[in-house]
Design a protein around this ligand. Structure first.
Ligand code: ADP
Ligand code: MG
Length: 322
């Protein structure tokens, strides 16, 4: 039987961290961080609960990836550079096979982004994974939700809706071939945090957030915080490669309301269109111009002919779905 300390040592502690910003990592009462001179810290936590955010039998490698990816995505949405994270883990049992795969998926993504595991807590209990992540950025450059301005273009990175389509496949709401379902499921289980894009948009974008609960609902947070409204062209929303082949109604529904894509939605002045495209190219990410911020509050949906589209748009609310 693994002790708590053996478990941390075997699966999570690294011998040395070659990053001058990490003064002390795992092993003491606290970790110690030295943010780069003049930089501001960006901090965020996300908790993933078994049966709520992932299936209890979820593949541990992709689960490790996803837990960190959703936290990195929050840094991306602020334009912050990753530094470090802590991991609070509640486990029903110390299963070596599960822990090896979980830590492999988690630390592979951590390495990809130079984001170091510096501490945490481990306890026995229902499977529950909580990560707190630390990033840094120059003061005054954060891409905040309250910074959208009337006249801004609205953009979205990558594609939307395939994660939601994967769920529809699991629930037999939609018939997909095995290969289509696998492709869509990869979007759901292994989201790509848009770190490079977020950083490249500093000084260009006004407001930004990452889409976890659906574009319509999440954009609503920017509109509310910025006291503005928006017009979205629903048929410009970039559908994922699998969703792309579905009916127009399903495309509209899932690109607007599908959660779990972790793409960035951001606003930028219309005068910065070229800068946005250059930032996207630098970050090797596609971006699509999907609408405009307007002074009148509320969200209006239009088709390509400029006709109003009435769609019941609603994002995922954990307390509305018991
Ligand atoms: P404390 O008694 O101060 O809570 P612990 O005994 O829980 O300390 O943890 C010992 C060390 O291991 C600490 O540095 C803590 O941050 C780290 N640690 C505990 N659990 C994890 C984990 N799941 N991942 C990474 N580090 C962890
Ligand atoms: Mg502890």
């Amino acid at each position: 039987m693994l002790s708590e300390f053996d478990l941390i040592k075997r699966y999570f502690a690294r011998h040395s961290i070659l990053d001058s910003r990490i003064a002390l990592g795992i092993g003491d009462d606290c970790a110690l961080l030295n943010p780069s001179p003049g930089m501001q810290l960006a901090i965020s936590s996300d908790m993933l609960v078994s049966g709520r955010h992932f299936f209890p039998d979820a593949d541990p490698y992709t689960l490790g990836h996803k837990c960190l990816a959703v936290n990195l995505s929050d840094l991306a949405a602020m334009g912050a550079a990753p530094m470090a994270f802590t991991l609070a883990l509640s486990l029903p049992e110390a299963n070596p096979g599960w822990l090896a795969e979980f830590s492999r998926g988690l630390l592979a993504l951590a390495d990809e982004h130079g984001c170091h595991l510096i501490g945490g807590d481990t306890t026995k209990g229902p499977l529950n994974i909580c990560i707190t992540i630390f990033g840094e950025l120059p003061p005054g450059t954060a891409l905040r939700r309250d910074a959208a301005k009337a006249g801004d273009d609205i953009w979205v990175s990558g594609t939307l809706g395939d994660a939601r389509l994967a769920l529809a496949g699991y629930w037999n709401e939609v018939r997909l071939s095995t290969s289509e379902h696998q492709l869509a499921a990869t979007r759901m289980h292994q989201p790509i945090p848009r770190i490079a894009l977020g950083m490249a948009l500093r000084g260009i974008a006004h407001a930004a957030l990452d889409i976890s609960d659906g574009l319509a609902g999440d954009l609503g947070h920017i509109l509310e915080k910025s006291s503005v409204g928006a017009t979205l062209f629903v048929d410009r929303l970039p559908a994922g490669p699998v969703l792309h082949k579905q009916s127009r109604d399903l495309r509209r529904q899932f690109t607007l309301n599908g959660g779990d894509d972790y793409e960035l939605c951001f606003t930028a002045p219309a005068s910065c269109r070229q800068d946005v495209q250059t930032a996207a190219a630098q970050a090797s990410t596609t971006v699509t111009h999907i609408g405009q911020i307007v002074a009148e509050t509320g969200l209006r949906l239009l088709d390509e002919q400029g006709q109003a589209v009435s769609l019941q748009y609603k994002s995922f609310d954990h307390f509305a779905h018991p």
